[in-house]
Design a protein around this ligand. Structure first.
Ligand code: VAH
Length: 321
């Protein structure tokens, strides 16, 4: 915790990470110190945050006004397009995934805000490296628009820290799995959709082939890791681009086998689509020892614990209890 009262702005607060991160930040800092923002119009119960702003993060003037109005000290800047969607809208993806990040770094340089969190992704990895146990400092050779934008964002984070001491912190998230908010547009989102379909239909057609392993993480562990990084003393951080975070690694076939332990007879079929090529360009597993050394990264959920928690909570959410 900081010596000052943190006033927090979350962009993309209605998204897959944003929804759950907002809830945890409200628990820690109190609703009145958390401002959620998103593109949706305000409606009752839209967010657990004490304040909500309808905010297009590419509108710099409006963003700066919100920062001033609420005297924001800390920004969790999550708004972005994911891998699948970015391939369909490459130029907008570049604009959305980069320009607001640079604006927030400029604001920190000017002293308007004190600290920034920004999500990168294992999508920054690409050709020319081993698939397994990919290290923190390897060549970044992304082949997707999303990966290219995240790699560039990491370099901007490092630049603003090195040149101006901007305290911007980042994690290379793997695929994230949660039940509270449906995922949207990601290559790893088969691992979210499969649970909804397993409960509703007892079967699922995967757009990723059965033996394609990807790094994955349960959202509870992703949120706790994010908070641990943001609470870590500055001097303990040795990475100012973005920290590897590997979680677990599994294939659609392995996940289906876990689901079948909870939903006997669950059937899966495979019809790979354009996202298969994206998945093939990514590592199968990640070495996150640097994060474990620098800020005590740890996990609570493996594939079994995640599957049980997802099915238990989704059955309630979908009224299939
Ligand atoms: C995506 N869920 O699939 C995101 C993530 C590692 C993948 O960045 O685009």
């Amino acid at each position: 915790m900081e010596s000052y009262t943190e006033k927090i702005l979350i962009t993309g607060a209605l998204g897959q990470i944003g929804t759950e991160l907002t809830n945890r930040l409200v628990e820690i800092h109190g609703a009145d110190n958390v401002v959620a923002s998103g593109l949706d119009k305000w409606q009752e119960g839209i967010s657990s945050a004490g304040h909500y702003e309808r905010l297009d993060v590419t509108n710099t003037k409006l963003v700066r006004q919100v920062i001033k109005d609420y005297e924001i000290t800390t920004v969790y800047h999550l708004a972005s397009l994911l891998s699948g969607t970015s391939e369909k809208q490459p130029l907008f993806a570049w604009k959305l995934n980069l320009e607001p990040l640079i604006d927030f770094c400029e604001m920190a340089k000017e002293g308007l805000i004190k600290k920034i969190f920004w999500p990168s992704s294992i999508a920054v990895f690409g050709k020319g490296i081993p698939k397994e146990n990919v290290g923190q400092e390897v060549v970044l050779n992304p082949t997707t628009v999303y990966g290219i934008s995240k790699m560039a964002g990491e370099k901007w984070c490092e630049y603003y820290f090195d040149k101006y001491g901007v305290d911007v912190r980042s994690i290379r998230y793997p695929g994230l799995i949660s039940w509270k908010t449906p995922a949207g547009g990601g290559t790893t989102d088969y691992a979210v959709e499969i649970f909804y379909k397993a409960i509703e239909d007892g079967k699922y057609t995967s757009f990723i082939s059965e033996d394609t392993a990807m790094p994955m993480l349960y959202m509870d562990d992703a949120i706790e890791a994010t908070l641990k990084l943001m609470d870590a003393p500055k001097e303990s951080l040795t990475v100012r681009s973005s920290y590897n975070l590997g979680g677990m690694s599994f294939t659609p076939k392995q996940l289906a086998e876990e689901i079948r332990k909870e939903i006997p007879g669950f059937e899966i079929s495979y019809e790979p689509d354009f996202r298969q090529a994206i998945a093939d360009s990514w590592p199968a597993s990640i070495d996150d020892s640097t994060a474990k050394n620098d800020w005590k990264l740890s996990y609570n959920f493996g594939i079994s614990e995640m599957t049980q928690d997802m099915i238990k909570n989704l059955r309630i959410k979908l009224g299939k209890n």
